[in-house]
Design a protein around this ligand. Structure first.
Ligand SMILES: Cc1ncc(COP(=O)(O)O)c(C=O)c1O
Length: 462
C-alpha cells in the first residue's frame, strides 16, 4: 500500500507525473500521442503517466497502484503483459520482425482471423484501426465507382482520417469538398437509411457502423440495413474494432448473424500490440490484389503492416480465445461490475445522474448534473474520487484478468465516489473538484469554455 493510501486521503500525490508533464507538453502536441490519454481527459488529481501494468493493474510514475477499466483504450482484453502473448512476441522478436518477403505468419494469421468472420474470404493486416476502416472506405469507393459514404451518427469514432473527422467539430485542415462526401444515418432507424439512399440515388458507396455500441441492434435492423445497402448498390462495412474479440462468439457478425461486405478488426486482436485488419469478401478484396480485369485499388501497403511479432501476438491471442473462456469471463465480470454499481447507484439515489451504458463486456457511463444534463464537471469529480480510491475508470471495460476480488473492491471504491457525487449534487461540484474539469475531445478551441454538455457520453477512445 502506498504511503498516501494510509493517510486516508487516498491517491492524491502525483509529484513525478507533475514533474514530467511540462516536458511532455513541450515535446508532444497535447502532451500525449492519443487524445483519449490526454491531460484534458482527466482531472488535476490523476496519474499523468503510467509506468507499468500487469493483469488489470497499473502503476503510475509515482508508484500509485490502480485497478483499471480503460485497458489501453479497450485493446488489452486479456490483461496487461499477458504471459502467453508476451512469450509468443518475445520468441518471435528474437527471430526478426520485418523481412524483404512475407513471413508465413501472415498466412496463418489471416486464416485464423477469417474463422471468426462469417462470409469473409480474405484479410489484410495493418497497424491501427483507423487505417483499416479507411481502407474499407477506399475499397468500397473503388468497387462501386461512387464517392459518397455514410456513417452511423450515434457511433463516436471510426477513423482519424478525413472522411470520418470531417463532419466533427475538430475538422480544421480537412477540405470541405472531402467533408461533403460523408453523410450520416441513425442507428436502429431503417427509415433514416432509406431516406439517405433516396436523397442520393446511385451515389453512395458504403454505409459504415458498429454492429452494436451502447445499444444493441433491434430485431431485423442489421439484416434490413444489409438489404437496403445491396438494393441500392452500396456495400455494408462493419467496424468490429471494439466488438471483435470482446463480444460473445468473438465477433459481432457471428453473434448477430450478419455478414458485412467488409469489416475491420483491431484493438483486442493484438492485446496491446499494434495489429489491425481489413477483412471481406473475395469479390471486393481482390481489387487490392493483382487482378487484371478490374481497376486495382492501392490497399494498405505499409512498411510495418505485418511485423512478425505483432502477428505472433495476434496468433497467441486467438489461441487463448479458442482454449480459454475469455468472452464468457468478460461477460460474467462485466455483469458482476454492472450489478454492483447499479446497487450503489440505487443506494445513493443517483438513478438520473450516474448511468451505465453498453454491454457488460464493454460498459461505459454517463455523468449527469442536477438537471440531468451530461456533465463534464461531474465526470471529472467521479474520475477524481475513483482515482483517489485506487480505480482508473475512463470507461468500465473489464479484461480477462479482472478477478472477483478486483471487481468487488472496485464496486466499493465506486460506492465511495458516488457518496461524494451525491453531496456534490446538493452543494455544487466545485466544492469537491480540485482544479479544472475535463473537456470533450471534439471541441474546436482549447481551452473550451463549456463546463457541461457537448461530448458524446460514451466517447472515450480517440
Ligand atoms: C469503433 C472504433 N473504430 C475505429 C477506431 C480507430 O482505431 P485506432 O485508434 O486503432 O486507429 C476506434 C478507436 O478508438 C474505435 O473505437
Amino acid at each position: 500500500m502506498q504511503a498516501e493510501e494510509s493517510t486516508g486521503r487516498g491517491r492524491t500525490r502525483f509529484a513525478a507525473s507533475d514533474a514530467l508533464r511540462p516536458r511532455a507538453h513541450a515535446a508532444i502536441p497535447g502532451g500525449a500521442h492519443t487524445y483519449a490519454k490526454g491531460d484534458d481527459q482527466y482531472p488535476v488529481l490523476a496519474p499523468g503517466f503510467i509506468a507499468r501494468g500487469l493483469g488489470c493493474h497499473v502503476w503510475d510514475v509515482d508508484g500509485n497502484k490502480f485497478t483499471e477499466y480503460g485497458m489501453g483504450l479497450r485493446a488489452v482484453a486479456l490483461g496487461h503483459a499477458f504471459p502467453s502473448v508476451v512469450a509468443a512476441v518475445s520468441r518471435q522478436m528474437k527471430l526478426g520482425t520485418n523481412f524483404t518477403r512475407p513471413s508465413p505468419l501472415e498466412v496463418e494469421c489471416a486464416e485464423n482471423l477469417l474463422e471468426v468472420v462469417p462470409g469473409a474470404d480474405m484479410a489484410k493486416f495493418t497497424k491501427d484501426g483507423s487505417s483499416a476502416t479507411t481502407a474499407a472506405v477506399r475499397l468500397a469507393r473503388g468497387y462501386t465507382g461512387r464517392d459518397l459514404v455514410g456513417f452511423c451518427v450515434e457511433h463516436p469514432f471510426f477513423s482519424y482520417d478525413d472522411w470520418a473527422i470531417g463532419p466533427t467539430a475538430l475538422n480544421a485542415g480537412i477540405p470541405r469538398d472531402v467533408t461533403r462526401l460523408t453523410l450520416t444515418f441513425h442507428y436502429n432507424d431503417l427509415a433514416s437509411v432509406a431516406a439517405l439512399f433516396s436523397a442520393h440515388p446511385g451515389r453512395i458507396a458504403a454505409l459504415v457502423l458498429e454492429a452494436a455500441r451502447d445499444v444493441e441492434p433491434a430485431k431485423g435492423f442489421l439484416a434490413g440495413l444489409r438489404e437496403l445497402c445491396h438494393r441500392n448498390g452500396a456495400l455494408l462495412i462493419i467496424d468490429e474494432m471494439i466488438t471483435g474479440f470482446r463480444w460473445p462468439q468473438r465477433s459481432a457478425q457471428l453473434h448477430y448473424g450478419v455478414e458485412a461486405d467488409l469489416s475491420a478488426f483491431g484493438k483486442a486482436l493484438g492485446n496491446g500490440f499494434a495489429i489491425s485488419a481489413l477483412v471481406g469478401k473475395r469479390e471486393i478484396m481482390r481489387l487490392g490484389g493483382f487482378e487484371d480485369d478490374c481497376d486495382r485499388v492501392f490497399l494498405l501497403s505499409t512498411t510495418h503492416g505485418a511485423e512478425t511479432h505483432a502477428l505472433a501476438a495476434a496468433l497467441a491471442v486467438m489461441e487463448t480465445y479458442r482454449s480459454e473462456p475469455v468472452v464468457e469471463t468478460l461477460e460474467r465480470q462485466g455483469q458482476r461490475l454492472k450489478a454492483g454499481i447499479e446497487s450503489a447507484v440505487a443506494r445513493h439515489g443517483l438513478g438520473g445522474h450516474f448511468q451505465l451504458a453498453g454491454l457488460p463486456a464493454n460498459l461505459a457511463y454517463a455523468c449527469r448534473d442536477r438537471d440531468g444534463t451530461t456533465s463534464q464537471i461531474f465526470r471529472s469529480l467521479f474520475l477524481q474520487e475513483t482515482i483517489r480510491r485506487g480505480v482508473l475508470a475512463p470507461s468500465l471495460v473489464v479484461s480477462y484478468s479482472h478477478s472477483d476480488a478486483d471487481i468487488d473492491q472496485t464496486v466499493e471504491a465506486i460506492d465511495g465516489a458516488l457518496g461524494v457525487y451525491r453531496r456534490a449534487l446538493e452543494d455544487g461540484p466545485e466544492a469537491y473538484l480540485v482544479g479544472r474539469p475535463v473537456q470533450p475531445v471534439f471541441r474546436r478551441r482549447s481551452p473550451g469554455s463549456r463546463l457541461s454538455g457537448g461530448s458524446h457520453p460514451l466517447a472515450a477512445d480517440h
